[in-house]
Design a protein around this ligand. Sequence first.
Ligand code: DQA
Length: 144
Amino acid sequence: MTDTIYVLNGPNLNLLGMREPEIYGSDTLDDIAGMLEDRARELGVAVDVRQTNHEGHLVDWLHEAQAEGAKAVLLNAGAYTHTSIALLDAIRAVRTPVIEVHLSDPKTREPFRHLSYVGMAAVQTVEGLGARSYIVALEAAAAL
Ligand code: DQA
């Protein structure tokens, strides 16, 4: 059976492409999903790319990733990265490895972005590479 890697995206990432392109680039989330599907095929894995603006959906999907036997989760939790103890607890609660992803490099931005609850529990963080952050994270997940 082909391994599946969940790619979970949080708030405002549905607006990629038009949202602050000077920070996040001009690729839409659909563009990124297409790139991930192409690379996943080459790596012999499958991706399940999702986006929500709701914190609890991300928690539910982390639980689902474990229940469905996903190989790993790539998680760009958007601003919930910096606020959500619920996501920290959810990542700690599941055995599925989670790789934190960001298009920008939050550590070089406003001080309120320097704290990452997701990063406290993730096995790895890939950030600051624009859309390529997702590809590098996918390669790392496929190699786990
Ligand atoms: C982001 C960085 C976060 O600080 C921000 O709230 C986002 C996007 C990124 O991909 O660079 O929504 O996660």
